[in-house]
Design a protein around this ligand. Structure first.
Ligand code: TYM
Length: 332
């Protein structure tokens, strides 16, 4: 793991990944594996900030791991592991929490949104969620963090925490940069294109899950909310069409003017069908590979145990140095 720069990113195992997760984050993770040392985690500790059924969580976590590999993460090239398998994330979380201000956490928009949505469970973990995220990244001295646009504010906070620690205790942490792809940083809901596509949306038609079957994907795109115009073009006020054009562009590599030409004179119906079929066909190999991996639980276990071991080894060294910097007595 020497020489190359470090990359860290994570995804929560709260159900199947969405097309938003895929376009905004995971599809960018695979191509980074040759140039960087990549560490990708199923962040199960984060997921319990919202109430989870334990049986479902364990099932979803294993599925999420298999899906990560099915999306092109190679567990030999990268470190792919469950966050809860490396106890140093939680240890660093504590040190960083003591270097984070209440006011900073109160300004996090995701905390405001989630505490409004789960008013009966505004727990302390939900509030300190971004500190654990900072610990995930800083534990590996990652310099780059590939994320969708909605995680930008959390990354800013991680940078502030790193800078503050460095000022207080002497330069130690790499200050991480976000890596946000120019196209698809925010994939919108198919039913309300002013809102982000999210698996927690109550309307199943709003969201494409990457394990959805082809006919489901096509049907959801057919039902996508657009506008009363009829021309496929990217413009202000055409949020639904803009979103579909972005998705189509991500999968075909076509520019917006090419897409406009391709569908000139045709209606929205033809366009929606083309987007649906393109997305479904592109995700087909992911579904096939996922099914294959889920039939080989022994292999999955081998991969995530190996990932945990490698991740723990890196962070053990980091945490020892941090404890010394902070002033704890050496345990050796
Ligand atoms: P999570 O699990 O909500 O989402 C995983 C990744 O998917 C991106 N994403 C989207 N991108 C574009 N359009 C959308 N509609 C969309 N929805 C989700 C997210 O930006 C994210 O990159 N807190 C993080 C997980 C995390 C993490 C970390 C990330 C924990 N520790 C350290 C990076 C580094 C989260 O809840 O992501």
């Amino acid at each position: 793991m020497s020489g190359k720069k470090m990359i860290f990113s994570g995804i929560q195992p709260t159900g199947t990944f969405t097309l938003g997760n895929y376009i905004g984050a995971i599809r960018n993770w695979g191509p980074l594996q040759d140039e960087f040392n990549c560490i990708y985690s199923i962040v199960d500790l984060h997921s319990i900030t919202v109430a989870q059924d334990p049986v479902e969580l364990r099932k979803n976590s294993l599925r999420a791991y298999a899906l990560l590999l099915a999306c092109g993460i190679d567990p030999k090239k990268s470190i792919a592991f469950f966050q809860s398998h490396n106890k140093f994330h939680a240890e660093l979380n504590w040190v960083l929490a003591c270097n984070t201000q209440f006011g900073e956490l109160s300004r996090m928009t995701q905390f405001k949104d989630k505490s409004a949505r789960h008013a009966d469970n505004v727990n302390a973990g939900l509030f300190t969620y971004p500190v654990l995220m900072a610990a995930d990244i800083l534990a590996y001295n990652a310099s780059l963090v590939p994320i969708g646009g909605d995680q930008k504010q959390h990354l800013e906070l991680a940078r502030n925490i790193a800078q503050r620690f460095n000022q207080r205790y002497g330069d130690f942490f790499t200050v991480p940069e976000p890596y946000i792809a120019p196209l698809g940083a925010k994939v919108m809901s198919l039913q309300d294109p002013t809102k982000k596509m999210s698996k927690s949306d109550e309307n199943p038609n709003s969201c494409i899950l990457i394990l959805d079957e082809k006919d489901t994907i096509v049907r959801k795109f057919k039902r996508a909310v657009t506008d009363s115009d009829a021309e496929v073009s990217f413009a202000d006020g055409k949020d639904g069409i803009n979103n579909l054009m972005t998705i189509y562009s991500c999968f075909t590599g076509k520019k917006f003017d090419e897409i406009q030409n391709e569908f000139s004179g045709k209606g929205y119906g033809d366009f929606k069908l083309a987007v649906g079929e393109t997305v479904a066909d592109a995700l087909e190999p992911v579904r096939t590979e996922f099914a294959r991996l889920m039939n080989d639980k022994a292999y999955l276990k081998e991969c995530y145990m190996d990932g945990a071991m490698r991740a723990t080894k890196i962070t053990q060294k980091t945490i020892t140095k941090i404890y010394r910097k902070v002033g704890f007595v050496d345990a050796r």
